[in-house]
Ligand binder design. Structure first.
Ligand code: CTP
Ligand code: CA
Length: 224
């Protein structure tokens, strides 16, 4: 039994997983964020651990509990997530399931912004670093396999294919998160996997099953 956790096709491999949303402060009591429960990223980390990988799990403030058996790094903002990812490298593979806020408030207030009659606050934004693109385009020490996600509400395959090109990652796991699909915050997912081999459409299944199927594919990619 003692050997259980180091057995499996991913034994000896280090895999980085980002998950959950990031929170970007407006002031000490307010923030902007993306909608993300962290469920899919957590399931993926769990599936990779089950295959024997050493997983560094970098997560923003998610709704679901982090998986067991990982090296857990909890962050709040995109800038902190980038820092944690850079610290965790090198890795054999990096899976970017986090819903990173594209913008942060340029100068967050150190004290609570008070409501005042007749005036409305104006927020100025700054662009956050694209963590996936940075890692995918590393000039040296790039993980062998870099996987991004693309949550879209229309033209899923076209947007995700362009995103894969633009970011320079190996695979994109794309899904349609239109409210009608019920995927956001739900327990199921319907994804399309885009790689240089083409477009693979997976049937709708539980997030846990998506995670296991993806982990199997990652194991195959890292062991050939
Ligand atoms: N991502 C990241 N850092 C960011 C933004 C996104 O690492 N600052 C990663 C996400 O974790 C995901 C992938 O990039 O794996 C795609 O994120 P997405 O928001 O779909 O891409 P964007 O380039 O931000 O495009 P969009 O305008 O559609 O938001
Ligand atoms: Ca984005």
């Amino acid at each position: 039994i003692a050997g259980f956790f180091i057995d499996g096709p991913l034994a000896g491999k280090h895999i980085l997983v980002t998950s959950g949303p990031t929170h970007e402060p407006i002031d000490p009591v307010r923030y902007i964020a993306n909608r993300s429960s962290g469920a899919q990223g957590t399931s993926i980390a769990r599936a990779l651990v089950a295959l024997g990988a050493h997983v560094t799990f970098v997560t923003g403030p998610a709704d679901v509990a982090p998986p067991d058996g990982v090296t857990l790094v909890q962050v709040e903002t995109a800038q902190q997530m980038l820092q944690a990812v850079e610290t965790a490298l090198p890795a054999d593979a990096a899976i970017f399931a986090a819903a990173v806020a594209d913008w942060r408030v340029a100068s967050a207030s150190g004290s609570k912004i008070k409501k005042r009659k007749g005036t409305l606050p104006t927020l100025e934004f700054a662009e956050n670093p694209d963590i996936l693109a940075r890692v995918a385009q590393m000039p040296s020490g790039r993980p062998r396999l870099v996987v991004g996600f693309a949550a879209e509400t229309d033209d899923v395959v076209a947007h995700a294919t362009a995103k894969r090109q633009r970011k320079g990652c190996d695979w994109i796991v794309a899904n349609d998160v239109s409210p009608a699909t019920g995927i956001m915050g739900g327990s199921e997912n319907a994804v399309v996997l885009i790689s240089d081999a083409g477009v693979e459409e997976w049937p709708r299944m539980s997030k846990a099953d998506v995670a296991m199927r993806l982990a199997d594919k990652i194991a195959t990619a890292l062991t050939v």
